[in-house]
Design a protein around this ligand. Structure first.
Ligand SMILES: NC(=O)c1ccc[n+]([C@@H]2O[C@H](COP(=O)([O-])OP(=O)(O)OC[C@H]3O[C@@H](n4cnc5c(N)ncnc54)[C@H](OP(=O)(O)O)[C@@H]3O)[C@@H](O)[C@H]2O)c1
Length: 327
């Protein structure tokens, strides 16, 4: 495993971080299984994955419970990344409330569920939908840090302007944002706010970047590749049934890239998932890739990314297909 220090902290993150959304058991179809999830987390730890990304929303606490059940005492040595802000009520769409009172209460609830005294890295899940100014939210996060309840904090899902505003008012340690071969908005203004040119003219990372959805929800693993075939179908319980990337006209546009991943992967002896994750880890500014998995075999494929990080020619061969797949 490769480890990266979160800038401004002593937290060491594993470059491949396990994303725990799917194992929560909601929105990812009917084949999510607790026993497979427990085995996955255990295997991840054995393979050097020490950073785990979760959120109260993931299975409404179930992902947290599985994580802690699998890790046991090892939870104190892991870097658990979790989030605050999202409220949900029965039958209601989740919404973000980043009022100081809710941020504090939500973080306290996570501490109890995760059975920790300190959350290593706490992030706001998405921007506030109830009018709280970002400064007030950041003050609440700073209060949690000063009280020793979080070691570092940051934001998810913000645009460059929101990130700039937050950076001006608090010592944010991390940004969590989507990035994959087919979702590259990170390159459009966020990346430049995550570092600076130092005195010797070199780029210096000042903010940790946790890139999520590196596999485009499984699309880049190649398993949905049916040559000249129709897009895949999903049960209603799987949000991909409503994801435009898995239907026409996007599906046909992505097909050459999927085929290239398959062909290049066969040539270098690596599964498409490994190429997709390695591509993310090779992007300037990225600290870690958050890889979502339901079971151990899926993680094993992504772990092969680590052996591909220096294969410039492999990624040069893929570059035209990635460019052509631009949304
Ligand atoms: N902050 C945020 O708002 C936010 C948003 C999204 C994600 N995240 C975090 O980022 C993590 C990763 O993102 P993600 O889970 O949405 O997407 P992802 O990592 O791109 O895709 C994960 C899904 O791909 C499939 N998969 C993974 N490896 C595979 C393999 N080797 N072969 C075949 N299929 C494979 C699995 O689903 P199937 O087996 O069902 O196909 C898995 O659940 C999440 O778990 C979460 O921790 C954060």
């Amino acid at each position: 495993m490769l480890y990266r220090t979160l800038p401004g902290t002593d937290l060491q993150l594993s470059a491949i971080t396990l994303g725990c959304w799917a194992i929560g058991g909601r929105w990812w179809g009917d084949d999510v299984d607790d026993d497979a999830a427990l085995e996955l987390i255990d295997a991840a730890w054995d393979r050097g994955v020490t950073t785990f990304d979760t959120a109260p929303l993931y299975g409404y606490g179930h992902a947290d419970e599985l994580l802690i059940r699998a890790l046991g005492e090892r939870r104190h040595d892991a870097v658990i990344v979790t989030k605050v802000g999202v409220r949900w009520d029965a039958d209601e769409h989740p919404r973000s409330d980043l009022s100081p009172a809710h941020v504090i209460a939500d973080a306290e609830a996570s501490l109890r569920r995760l059975r920790l005294d300190t959350i290593p890295l706490l992030l706001t899940h998405w921007p506030c939908e109830s009018g709280t100014p970002i400064e007030a939210t950041l003050e609440a996060l700073e209060t949690l840090r000063a009280a020793g309840k979080v070691r570092a904090y940051g934001l998810c899902n913000v645009d460059p302007e929101q990130l700039g505003e937050a950076l001006a008012s608090a010592p944010i340690a991390a940004l969590q944002t989507p990035l994959s071969m087919i979702r590259r908005d990170f390159h459009g203004g966020l990346r430049q706010r995550c570092g600076e040119i130092d005195k010797s003219g070199r780029w210096r990372q000042t903010l940790g970047v946790l890139a999520y959805e590196p596999l485009a929800r499984g699309l880049l693993t190649g398993k949905f590749l049916f040559l000249k075939g129709p897009p895949p179908t999903f049960p209603e319980s799987d949000m991909r049934a409503r994801d435009p990337r898995f239907s026409e006209p996007v599906w046909s546009r992505l097909s050459p890239l999927l085929q290239a991943l398959q062909t290049v992967g066969e040539r270098v002896g690596a599964p498409p998932a490994a190429l997709a994750v390695a591509w993310v880890l090779r992007q300037a500014g990225v600290s870690v890739a958050l890889v979502g998995c339901k079971r151990r075999a899926q993680l094993e494929e992504s772990l092969q990314a680590l052996a591909l990080l220096r294969r410039d020619r492999v990624f040069a061969a893929l570059a035209p297909f990635i460019t052509a797949a631009r949304p």
